[in-house]
Design a protein around this ligand. Structure first.
Ligand code: UD1
Length: 417
């Protein structure tokens, strides 16, 4: 199994290009199922989750062509299979995103239940309840969600909890529904808005995406479209923390500062100087960062996908800070690994109290999920010695060329067998 070996102690300096957003590209690829015409997508990141989605589309009968320069052509035509099998869904929960489009266009979908995962139970009950309310008949059998429907019927949906892929699935399901669908308490994440922009380019009638009330007026068909995926705000945030934790000076190109407000505000609180332009962000950190309290909530609040990275930062910061994880249970696996690197962390239920230490020391550590791995890599950047992070397939799911990009900024990080 591949590992990353990181020699700590180097200050990061320079410029890096931010890739397209994984969490926007995944639903947009799934949305291509809603047309039989060609879809061309730009700024698609090269990531394992994208490859998994392309494989899933391929199994449904969709032709996907990869071009140079991060462009993908999808020719959905008429598909022949309607199943997202367990072997793919278990490696990527976001496979659930084909459920809405398949039901909307073909009136049938068999999608494996994702099951538990390393960051808690993560149920999909709201996806299922929403589809039922739109008129789909859904049976859960043999570990599969089996959905059948004639034309769905527009309705009023009030989501019990803010769910990102749930909002996306229901928005896609409703594009062909008869009449108007309203989704209340919708997720406001920028990736939901990017998906809606893409759907509207295909001829959908969606208003309000990016707010907590989305209105979808059903249409009869969607046509092909071209779309560039928005920049990845979590990758951007991770590189900004890499700058802060090493006392560095890092500039991100092709980033979207508007999507980073909660993260930038916390970084300013650490003492970093932040500058922004329309599509760039720069961080300059002099000396040791100050600790910052973090409480994760849905967008526009502080994202759970940046919790592990700020935990790493707090480990070496001046002062004591509290981290509260409110979106997912059991998303603290990295804390135990950070403790093995010498971090002073006390876990109390949903809260971690971190007292910054002067130095972390390298240790062999294990990545347990995507963002936890990013936290461990960041800790490795400042630890004394060579930190070896095992199970980095997690990081390859969501970070494009992470070691190349970090090395470009002056880090010393290598893939080892
Ligand atoms: C998405 C992101 C993920 C991010 C998360 C929260 C993608 C592909 N993934 O995941 O990177 O960490 O948002 O920002 O976009 N819930 C239910 N029932 C449901 C659905 C969700 O109880 O039917 C709960 C979950 O257990 C969790 C909370 O709602 O506690 C939020 O989860 P959700 O927003 O759905 O996460 P994902 O969409 O899976």
């Amino acid at each position: 199994m591949e590992k990353l070996a990181i020699t700590g102690g180097r200050r990061l300096e320079g410029e890096v290009r931010i890739s397209g957003a994984k969490n926007a590209a995944l639903p947009i690829l799934a949305a291509s199922l809603l047309t039989d015409e060609q879809v061309t997508l730009g700024n698609v990141p090269h990531l394992r989750d994208i490859t998994t989605t392309i494989e899933l589309l391929g199994r449904l009968g969709v032709r996907v062509t990869l071009h140079e320069g991060l462009r993908i052509e999808v020719e959905p035509g008429q598909i022949t299979h309607y199943e997202a099998p367990y072997d793919l869904v278990k490696t990527m929960r976001a496979s659930i995103l084909v459920l809405g489009p398949l039901v909307a266009r073909y009136g049938r979908a068999d999608v494996s239940l994702p099951g538990g995962c390393a960051i808690g139970a993560r149920p999909v009950d709201l996806h299922v309840a929403g589809l039922r309310a739109l008129g789909a008949q859904i049976d859960i059998e043999d570990g599969y969600i089996r959905a059948r429907a004639e034309r769905l019927k527009g309705t009023h949906l009030l989501l019990d909890k803010v769910t990102v892929t749930g909002t996306e699935n229901l928005m896609m399901a409703a594009v062909f529904a008869d009449g108007e669908t309203v989704i209340e308490n919708a997720a406001r994440e920028p990736e939901v808005a990017d998906l809606a922009d893409f759907l509207n380019k295909m001829g959908a009638r969606i208003r309000g995406a990016g707010s907590n009330r989305i209105v979808i007026e059903g249409v009869r068909r969607l046509h092909g479209a071209e779309h560039d995926v928005q920049p990845d705000r979590i990758e951007a945030g991770t590189f900004l923390v890499a700058g802060a934790i090493t006392g560095g000076h890092v500039r991100l190109r092709h980033a979207c500062p508007d999507h980073l407000e909660a993260i930038l505000s916390k970084l300013r609180d650490t003492g970093a100087v932040i500058a922004t332009g329309t599509d760039w962000v720069e961080i300059d950190m002099k000396g040791r960062p100050a600790s910052v309290d973090i409480s994760t909530v849905p967008y526009p609040g502080f994202p759970t996908d940046m919790q592990a990275q700020f935990a790493a930062l707090n480990c070496i910061a001046g002062g004591v800070a509290t981290i509260s994880e409110n979106v997912f249970e059991n998303r603290y696996m990295h804390m135990l690994e950070l403790q093995r690197m010498g971090a002073n962390i006390r876990l109390q239920g949903h809260t971690a109290v971190i007292q910054g230490v002067d130095r972390l020391t390298a240790a062999p550590v294990m990545a347990t999920d995507l963002r936890a791995s990013a936290g461990l890599v960041l800790a490795g950047l400042v630890a004394d010695g060579v930190t070896v992070v095992d199970r980095i397939y997690h990081i390859d799911r969501g970070y494009e060329c992470i070691e190349e990009k970090l090395n470009q900024l002056g880090a010393s990080i290598h893939r080892v067998a």
